[in-house]
Design a protein around this ligand. Structure first.
Ligand SMILES: [Zn+2]
Length: 70
C-alpha cells in the first residue's frame, strides 16, 4: 500500500471529498458492508512512474457521501 505523490482535493471518480487514498498494484478484497467509518471506496486506475498499472482507492466516510450527494 502506498500513497499518491500529488493527491487531488476530491475523488476523481465521483467528485466527492474523501477521507484517505491509497495506491495498490495487486488485487485485494474490500468489504464495506456495515462498515462504521466508510460508506464507499472508489477505484481510479492510474499509471505509475514507470508506466505500470496501479489503482488508487478513495475512501469516503458516511458523512462525506451524504454531504456530497445531498
Ligand atoms: Zn469517489
Amino acid at each position: 500500500m502506498d500513497r499518491p505523490s500529488d493527491p487531488p482535493e476530491s475523488c476523481p471518480t465521483c467528485g466527492v471529498a474523501y477521507d484517505s487514498v491509497s495506491v495498490h498494484d495487486a488485487g485485494l478484497a474490500v468489504n464495506l458492508l456495515d462498515n462504521e467509518r466508510y460508506r464507499r471506496v472508489c477505484f481510479e486506475p492510474v499509471a505509475g512512474d514507470g508506466g505500470e498499472a496501479l489503482v488508487e482507492f478513495y475512501h469516503h466516510t458516511h458523512e462525506q457521501v451524504d454531504a456530497g450527494e445531498g
